[in-house]
Design a protein around this ligand. Structure first.
Ligand code: FAD
Length: 428
């Protein structure tokens, strides 16, 4: 018999029967895990128990959970929110995870929250942010940053990706609200190497979550950070003394670590929501996908009463190879669920060839679909670019060439797009 106290619950039964959609609130920074509605959890997901009395939300000690997992040998991975129309926040789901070869022990780990496999959105308790006409701006400045804490840091690229990119969830306690497309500033600890005695300067990071955060409660923000490393041009060897300060601080941080943040900042990449049926063409390279992940979660993952998206979102993502793809599972799920509203094209420079036999970059994909893109722009589509600065010249050249082939002046077209506020660029 299974009596629901965490101690009495049979670990093996509990975990062996947990389906993918088992919801509970989990934060690795907390020593405990909160089960919001134990009765429903048990009734729905563990055992059919109609006579189960209502149970209060309760905290399951984190260490015990880890012990239970260790004993039962179950390795769980967050897999997103599969339960529809529940008013709970902070729901995560789990699935068996194949072990990475480098792990000698089975671990309980959190993974980037994934979209629901079924076509149902997560019910959201609207934040006041939905009612404001202007986004929050610079609530915290470099001289008075907000001290937030790290919830989780997770490598989100495969072993064959050149370099490391991490998904970092930050708990701001609801105190540093933002809109999709904005950025946070991060002040890494320590002294500015260029100005001894002065603190390090702020580095900006695009926010990769919606205003509700990955746990849907408006208390977290997620960043997508690539670790900056330095290779000596002569020896080709990595020189750790010249590694990027802030990105390494972020990628090395641990749950519970404190982090100084500023912002939110930026208005260029805000998602225009006046027309819910508009077309949004998003062109990102690497971590430039961050704001687009936020847009797409708002469009396809969250059920927000003030924004019911019925338009077209078209993402072009450029990375080196399949292992470097970011949030691919999430985007692929949208593709399956909303084929009428979402298009997703990948340019894998080290794996695919363009039509001239060269490396496949996002501009090659743009060229492939240029007729459609130009038509959508003529019809008022928004176009966004985000990623490394170096992506823009190639893209601009391609757009110019295509415009000329169509007998149009790119110069005029571009100024018209800018004038109409259809053109949004954030490159770094
Ligand atoms: P820094 O310490 O600032 O060093 C910069 C570079 O110089 C590094 O590559 C480092 O290896 C190199 N370097 C250090 N010392 C030497 C030396 N002596 N000689 C030669 N080279 C040296 N980044 C993301 O990863 N994700 C984002 O979403 C993101 N969004 C951004 C949004 C905006 C609006 C902007 C402006 C930038 C964004 N960035 C983003 C970039 C980010 O702000 C940082 O610039 C980046 O993380 C590098 O910062 P760092 O502190 O790690 O490197």
């Amino acid at each position: 018999k299974l009596a629901f106290t965490p101690i009495a619950a049979s670990a093996s039964l509990l975990f062996s029967k947990l389906p993918h959609s088992c919801p509970f609130l989990f934060s690795p920074s907390l020593p405990q895990i909160k089960i919001q509605n134990p009765s429903e959890l048990l009734r729905k997901h563990v055992i059919d128990w109609p006579w189960l009395p209502p149970l209060e939300p309760r905290w399951l000690p984190w260490r015990r959970l880890v012990r239970m997992v260790a004993t039962t040998g179950v390795v769980l991975r967050s897999r997103g929110n599969n339960s529809c129309n529940k008013s709970w926040t902070g729901k995560l789901a789990w699935e068996n995870k194949t072990l990475q070869p480098r792990h000698t022990k089975k671990v309980f780990c959190m993974y980037v929250q994934q979209a629901s496999k079924s076509k149902c959105k997560v019910a959201i308790k609207p934040l006041e942010l939905e009612n404001t006409k202007e986004p929050p701006l610079n609530l915290y400045k470099p001289k008075g940053p907000y001290t937030a804490s790290i919830v989780s840091v997770e490598r989100i690229v495969g072993p064959k990706a050149p370099g490391e990119t991490c998904h970092i969830v930050i708990d701001h306690g609801g105190n540093v609200p933002y809109w999709e497309g904005q950025s946070y500033g991060v002040i890494p600890p320590g002294e500015n190497p260029k100005k001894p005695g002065a603190p390090n300067t702020v580095r900006l990071y695009s926010i990769a979550s919606t205003r509700y955060g990955d746990s849907f409660d408006g208390r977290t923000a997620s960043l997508c950070v690539r670790r900056a490393v330095y290779y000596d041009p002569e020896t080709g060897k990595e020189d750790p003394s010249k590694k990027g300060i802030c990105s390494n601080f972020l990628c090395d941080s641990k749950p519970g670590d404190k982090i100084q943040i500023t912002g939110p900042s930026g208005k260029i990449m805000l998602l225009p929501e006046d027309d819910p049926n508009a077309t949004h063409i998003m062109i990102g390279t690497g971590t430039g996908v961050a704001p687009f992940r936020g847009y797409l979660r708002r469009m396809f993952m969250e059920d927000v009463s003030s924004f019911k998206f019925g338009g077209l979102a078209w993402l072009f993502l450029g990375v080196a190879n399949t292992d470097s793809l970011l949030y691919d599972e999430e985007f692929t799920n949208y593709l399956q669920q909303y084929p009428e509203n979402f298009r997703y094209d990948k340019a894998l420079s080290r794996e695919q060839k363009n039509k001239s036999g060269g490396k496949m970059y996002v501009q090659d994909k743009i060229e492939e679909y240029s007729d459609e893109i130009f038509k959508l722009l003529d019809d008022g589509a928004h176009i966004y670019f985000c990623g490394l600065k170096g992506m823009m010249p190639g893209i601009q050249d391609t757009l110019k060439r295509v415009a000329e082939q169509r007998g149009e002046s790119w110069h005029q077209k571009l100024s018209q797009l800018k004038k109409n506020k259809q053109w949004h660029v954030e490159v770094y």
